[in-house]
Design a protein around this ligand. Sequence first.
Ligand code: PML
Length: 270
Amino acid sequence: MSAIHDYRLRSSLMYNFFTMFSIRMRASKNRSQNLKTHEIHISGAEGIYEEAEILKIAKEYTERALNHPRGKPDNIVITIEKIKEKPKKVPLLPVTTLKCNSPDEAKKIITETLLNIGVSKKTVNNAFKVLTSKKTMRGASLITEKSGMSMEPDKARGIRISRLGIGKADEKILSKMLSKMGINITTVKEALILASKAASCSGVIAEVCVSDDPDYTTGYVSSKKLGYLRMPNIKNRGELHGGRVLFIKENANIKALINYLEKTPVLIYI
Ligand code: PML
């Protein structure tokens, strides 16, 4: 290969990587109580995209924020940020849908699964308090596997698992795969991509998620070893509670863990 050709190839690869953007949306509602105003979470979404897709995605995210079952937002914040480091490649978790007929059954499955992988009963109980609380956390809660301590610095915000996405070719494969299972919808795709990033974090043992969307009643428990285990009827239709809990190693380096989950760009591959 000539020096010029080699230079062009290298610069085009660099161009591709440097022109990827993290696009994030957060929508909230203002609520006044006791002369104070605070924000209630309505919806969020994000992905990693090429420059040519920015307008389309910003429109899609805006429409999503304006038409969410949790209500009409007062604030929609869309952040478009150029990715500055090469995204880490992380494998997609395998997907299984379990048979689950009620929230009680889901609670039993989650509890048994977590106890089996060494999470303490106290930690499981604390996780259910977060997942069923009326005050939904915007991001994820971090709970230590044995002592059940909450480690997220901001209890209202939690940790936002961020800067994550999937390349176009892999997304096509994912769509086909999910279509065969009859679950090719954005909610599943986005949750699966997020769970795959969380499971790739060295201090994270497992995750449980219940959607805070009152119309969406499927949730999941996931980990590198378990894969992504979906549970229909994890909550009753109409309920507004929900959230995400990450079970973390007792001795996890919290700063490094949060930095990976929130800041390190990750692209999921199949
Ligand atoms: C969410 O509302 O974003 C979480 C959805 C979790 C479950 C998605 C699925 O696998 O059906």
